[in-house]
Design a protein around this ligand. Structure first.
Ligand SMILES: [Zn+2]
Length: 409
């Protein structure tokens, strides 16, 4: 099946070499995440062949042998969003905790325990049904690639089950046994003794059970969660089993998460709200992506990370939803873009790049996040003439049509 999408006013390819936009051509070679990086083609068309992009170019020279023609009617087409950080396998509901927080109570990592209880109590089918509804929700909002973490099971059997269920809906499964220390290992006396025992379990039997289902390992390296040394143990154990490394770090205050991530060659370090100048320099000099999660600061009333500082320094920035029941229960990448532009110093072009090509870099993928021949046919037709509208019209549903691997959703 060959589908030609034509009459596209603005096609965002994320391939800066193909642009026919004169302003952008002048800027090619300048700041990576600037307008030029979007590789915008005006008056464009794109041909899908099966699950792949077959051809990209100006509409006037489009192939004429398509089986189906879709008229974009002068709207914009962008790559599907790549959401590189979610926690979508869980049971329960924490809307009451959210309401309490909005009434003035501070966020604390301990709220995760209530989701752990509800998740352990849920059957596979209950979790599977909920996961399917999240996948539909993501697709409807233009997200075509997404990562899913475990981390609400925290026992060998439950973490294995969450990794297996996540693997039914995505190739990007992350083992996050080191999310928090579960209650049965918490001696309530502030001692690290029991949490070390838990880390031993995570690095041993739990990793053995989860590694076959996972591509990544992650750890919550933060005061109140896991120490730097515990985090290192977890990440090194995962790397030895062939898993790629990701880190939750520098979310609630300054810490070692970024430095540890860079040292271990992590694909991404996520949150990065509290960064020293050394952290920023380390990120800029590495190929570790800095993934910012503005839904968290929005939903917890915390200060936003400074995305402009990172881009200006030369770091690669991704945006992701962190969709989870506690600190950020949004799956909307458009909302993340709007916040990043409004409050984190990104231009609309930089924010879109970070939500597509940036997310792909955070997952070390080169087959998604771009509209180029050979890439997977993941595209979004916007109900708007330009990608700028994603930030310019916050909260407005602008997703007209979505293709996932060439299949219209
Ligand atoms: Zn997270």
């Amino acid at each position: 099946m060959r589908t030609l999408i034509t009459n596209i006013a603005e096609l965002v390819t994320n391939d800066q070499l193909v642009t026919n936009d004169e302003q952008a051509q002048d800027a090619v070679g300048q700041r990576l995440a600037g307008d030029s990086a979007l590789g915008i083609l005006c008056d464009a068309a794109v041909l899908l062949d099966g699950d792949r992009i077959a051809w990209v170019g100006e509409a006037a020279s489009a192939p004429t042998d398509a089986d189906e023609i879709v008229d974009a009617a002068g709207q914009a087409v962008i790559p599907g969003f790549v959401d590189s950080h979610t926690h979508l396998v869980f049971g329960g509901d924490r809307s009451a905790e959210f309401a309490a927080r909005m009434s003035g109570q501070p966020y604390s990592a301990g709220g995760i325990q209530s989701t752990v209880e509800a998740t352990r109590a849920a059957s596979d089918d209950e979790l599977r049904t909920r996961l399917a509804s999240f996948v539909a929700e993501l697709h409807a909002q233009g997200t075509t690639t997404f990562e899913v973490k475990t981390g609400y099971g925290l026992s060998v059997a439950d973490e294995e089950r969450l990794a297996r269920l996540a693997g039914e809906v995505t190739d990007e499964v992350t083992f996050l046994g080191a999310h928090v220390v579960p209650p049965e290992f918490d001696n309530g006396m502030g001692s690290d003794g029991d949490s070390d025992d838990y880390v031993t379990l995570v690095c041993g039997a739990m990793l053995d059970a989860c590694a076959p289902h996972a591509r990544w390992i992650d750890v919550f390296c933060e005061r109140g969660a896991f120490s730097t040394e515990q985090s290192r143990r977890v990440l090194e154990a995962g790397a030895e089993r062939g898993l790629g490394v990701r880190v939750h770090g520098n979310q609630l205050g300054p810490g070692d998460g970024v430095q540890l991530a860079v040292e271990l060659g992590a694909a991404s370090v996520d949150h990065c709200t509290y960064l020293s100048d050394d952290d920023v320099s380390a990120l800029a000099a590495s190929d570790t992506v800095c993934t910012l999660l503005p839904g968290v600061e929005f939903s917890t009333k915390q200060p936003y990370p400074d995305a402009k500082r990172l881009v200006d320094a030369g770091a690669t920035v991704a945006l992701a939803s962190d969709c989870n029941p506690g600190s950020s229960f949004t799956s909307s990448m458009a909302l993340c873009i709007a916040i990043a532009v409004r409050d984190m110093g990104l231009t609309p072009a930089e924010a879109l790049w970070a939500s597509t090509a940036g997310g792909a870099a955070a997952l070390r993928r080169d087959d998604v996040g771009r509209i180029v021949p050979g890439a997977r046919a993941d595209l979004v037709l916007l109900r708007a003439p330009s990608h700028v509208h994603l930030a310019y019209r916050p909260g407005v549903p602008l997703i007209e049509r979505v293709w996932v691997a060439g299949r219209a959703i």
